[in-house]
Design a protein around this ligand. Structure first.
Ligand code: CA
Length: 573
């Protein structure tokens, strides 16, 4: 009798514990096929599911299970990756909204609309890329640079914390990352001379644990005490330039439990005019690996030293095994694909993943530095012979929107290929004098982006990280702006601005299925299995940086309509 009671108590205890998202569950999220617990479908960011129910032989029978509209007049770009847990889908939307949806029926359970002040300054549309789950909370960032934690069941606000001053250009668009019991977030605002950083909070309360600036010269803090300056003041930044150095960590980070490191990409240095900040400008346009326990930088790898082209190095660092070693891969906005030792930061391989890169001829593997083409740096407006208002214009590729931008790639441990959403375009770019003004655009550059080819800008490409060889590609007329999902069913899913969610054979790139979602897809798909069916979901809603910043390209895509909905698919029987 006593034993029976004990086992009953244990069962009750287990049921209660399983209602909470635990650290162990987050660590294992990449293998959990019944839920989607983090951005990246696992903190490593592989965006791979082992599920095989939907596969190359039956994907043609994929049909909508339900769709749900975000409603209102607040449409614009929808770049969000949904999360799925315990019968609920949590999905963020434009203008700092979040919805909980019954994952079986598509019915709305609750919604939270953040009250945004006048004067927010998102550079690249009013987007949000997703939330984090921890305990009974769902946590997301807002365009006025706050973090909001809500009860998963009721949508009630449990805590709210300000990250920084939106009037100085700070905002928050990335999905937070949970690692080792901490909530890790970055900042957006790289076009306004903010100071990029990574912050760790207690996810249950929002209380700050540590903060680590990623601009050399700034002090880090842990438990309210000084925790060392990042780098050495003035080593790579002249004068006062480091105080408004940018390097916004606007795409968030990934985490690998095997290395204990969180990997955050950093954006362009401020201002864009590189002549006023001679030096490497650490740690801008880099991947920064941070020891989650100490809040200190373990290593950094800078993809574009002294960046002059807005080659934000924010792209996701996806960890994977290669030759028995833990590696990280990054398809950088500067057009090169990097394979880096995830423990030490040493470069292993680098190759172009788009055609026609002009700014650097190649990457030197031994030193890890780019072989710059000095003639491709936009000219100094204060150089001799000029009138001081405008430097020499150059045509540079990739254009500043990048060989790849915010749309995350996927890796399949089965095919050992990376599936990279790429864009081929270039730009005319020139520099102008600039001085910092709080809340003002801090560029000192003018630019026009242009396509390089007639038949495509976008292309989904499969790359072997070891050889740098492209296995296949599927070209796309408009620039790709959504992410990718790879599955054990030998499928790759991705969306297009033209509105299609597509599935291709992961080995050959043959498109086997597509569905028109009614607006452009600029968000990454997910998949999970509820015990009966495998589902695929994606958010639809055209927008993001391209229509706002795209120059000649924006004209090419101005027929596309806005939207705001989430679609869920399953096999018809
Ligand atoms: Ca930028």
């Amino acid at each position: 009798m006593k034993l029976k009671l004990l086992s009953l108590l244990m069962v009750v205890g287990a049921a209660q514990a399983s209602a909470q998202v635990t650290d162990a569950m987050i660590t294992n999220a990449g293998n959990d096929t019944s839920s989607v617990l983090s951005w990246g479908m696992g903190t490593q960011g592989q965006r791979h599911s082992t599920l095989t129910n939907i596969n190359t032989s039956n994907v043609s029978k994929l049909v909508p299970a339900w769709t749900m509209s975000f409603g209102g007049e607040k449409q614009r770009g929808q770049e969000s990756q949904p999360l799925v847990y315990k019968g609920k889908m949590f999905v963020t939307a434009s203008y700092s909204r979040i919805f909980a949806i019954d994952v079986k029926t598509g019915e709305k359970i609750w919604k939270y609309e953040h009250r945004l002040p006048e004067g927010i300054m998102p550079c690249c549309d009013v987007v949000n890329r997703g939330a984090a789950l921890y305990g009974n909370l769902v946590i997301f960032g807002t365009l006025d640079a706050q973090l909001v934690a809500l009860d998963q069941d009721t949508g009630k606000v449990v805590w709210r914390e300000k990250i920084d001053d939106y009037a100085a250009g700070y905002s928050q668009t990335a999905a937070p990352l949970i690692a080792e019991g901490l909530l890790l977030t970055g900042v957006s605002g790289g076009e306004f001379g903010v100071v990029g950083r990574v912050e760790a909070r207690d996810p249950k309360t929002g209380k700050m644990v540590w903060t680590r600036p990623v601009v050399e010269g700034h002090m880090g803090y842990k438990d309210g005490k000084e925790n060392g300056i990042s780098g050495t003041t003035n080593a790579t930044w002249p004068g006062e330039t480091w105080k408004t150095g940018g390097a916004a960590t606007w795409l968030g980070g990934t985490y690998d439990a095997k290395t204990g490191l969180a990997y955050f990409g950093t954006g362009n240095p401020g201002p864009w005019n590189s002549h006023v900040r001679k030096g490497d400008n650490l740690y801008s346009a880099s991947t920064v690996a941070i020891d989650v326990k100490t809040g200190k930088i373990a290593w950094h790898y800078q993809t574009t030293p002294n960046d002059a082209w807005d080659y934000d190095g924010v792209n996701e660092f996806v960890t994977f095994d290669m030759d028995g070693k833990r590696m990280g891969a990054k398809a950088d906005r500067n057009g090169f694909f990097y394979v880096i030792d995830a423990t030490t930061g040493k470069l292993q391989n680098a190759f172009p993943f788009v055609k026609g890169n002009t700014w650097a001829k190649s990457i030197d593997i031994a030193s890890g530095r780019p072989n710059f083409d000095p003639a491709n740096r936009p000219g100094d407006p204060s150089a001799a012979g000029g009138d001081g208002t405008k430097g020499t214009t150059v045509f540079a590729a990739p254009g500043f929107l990048g060989g790849k931008n915010q749309m995350p790639m996927a890796y399949s441990p089965k095919s050992k290929l990376f599936y990279v959403p790429t864009n081929e375009w270039g730009m005319d770019i020139w520099n102008e004098p600039i001085s910092y003004k709080k809340g003002g655009a801090y560029l000192g550059a003018g630019f026009t982006i242009r396509p390089l080819f007639d038949d495509h800008i976008g292309s989904l490409r499969a790359y072997d990280p070891k050889t740098g060889k492209m296995a296949w590609e599927v070209k796309n007329n408009a620039p790709l702006w959504g992410g990718v999902l790879a599955t054990g069913g030998d499928l790759v899913f991705w969306g297009t601005p033209e509105g299609y969610l597509k599935a291709a054979d992961a080995k050959t790139g043959k498109v086997l299925w597509q569905f028109q979602t009614g607006s452009g897809v600029v968000a990454p798909p997910i998949t999970w299995n509820d015990g009966v069916n495998q589902y695929v979901s994606v958010v639809s809603g055209w927008g993001g940086a391209v229509p706002l910043w795209g120059g000649d390209v924006a004209k090419k895509v101005n027929f596309l309509e806005q939207g705001g909905s989430v679609w869920t698919f399953k096999l018809s029987h």
